[in-house]
Design a protein around this ligand. Sequence first.
Ligand code: ATP
Length: 247
Amino acid sequence: MIEINQLSKKYKGAEYFSVKNLDLKVEEGEIYGLLGPNGAGKTTLISMLTSLLKPTSGSFTINGLNFKEHKNQLKQLIGIVPQEYALYPTLTAFENLEYFGSMYGIKGEILKNSINEHLEIMGLSKFANKKTDTFSGGMKRRVNLIAGILHEPKVLFLDEPTVGVDVQSKNVIIDHLKLLNKQGTTIVYTSHHLNEAEFFCTHVAIIDRGEIIVKGVPSQLIKNQPEAKNLEEVFLAKTGKALRDHA
Ligand SMILES: Nc1ncnc2c1ncn2[C@@H]1O[C@H](COP(=O)(O)OP(=O)(O)OP(=O)(O)O)[C@@H](O)[C@H]1O
């Protein structure tokens, strides 16, 4: 479904590559977690895969398509849920979602019904006509998620969809993502919640300094790592305990 070949990104003026010669295959129906310390290159990778950022070198295809030749087809095929809220604060939740839905060519009753259904699933029906600047972080994240899935993408990219949300919102988000996956959506997501990733993802890749350190099925990675009881311990064994601060 997704084939990444030797993909690299070096930002203008940067000393190092943020993503370096990265190869990865994601098969249809997988939930693929991209895990790594701060600055590992997860957002850079997702931004390239969703055409928000131009690679320095290398290539990738999604369903055999690439952005150079099949931009419009790919835009319909993929959904994007970015790390930053993509919402207009002065619009209501419903108006925001109308805007995002119409960007994907969904209109009229179909769009209205879809928005209402999603708001209901996400527990937001009674806030549909409230401006999103009054929303809590968890509510904004849930609207953000709906904005990325209204057009029923076959592949969904999410950058830290559960960051800064309470346990209740997290459960609603993860449960819905599991349902979408059961219905056939391939999911690629980044997270720092290793416990969540261990149970949610069918596959994970641990990335550090722009390169994949290890990848595979979470339970297998735990088995392969002597003394590791969970994915977090595998993560620490593979990436070390040093902080990654730099500016
Ligand atoms: N616009 C930019 N210009 C220059 N360097 C950048 C830019 N965006 C990111 N970087 C650098 O690229 C590297 C990878 O950053 P990226 O945001 O992809 O990491 P990340 O794994 O998503 O981190 P986090 O977990 O903190 O979100 C970091 O060293 C970062 O400083």
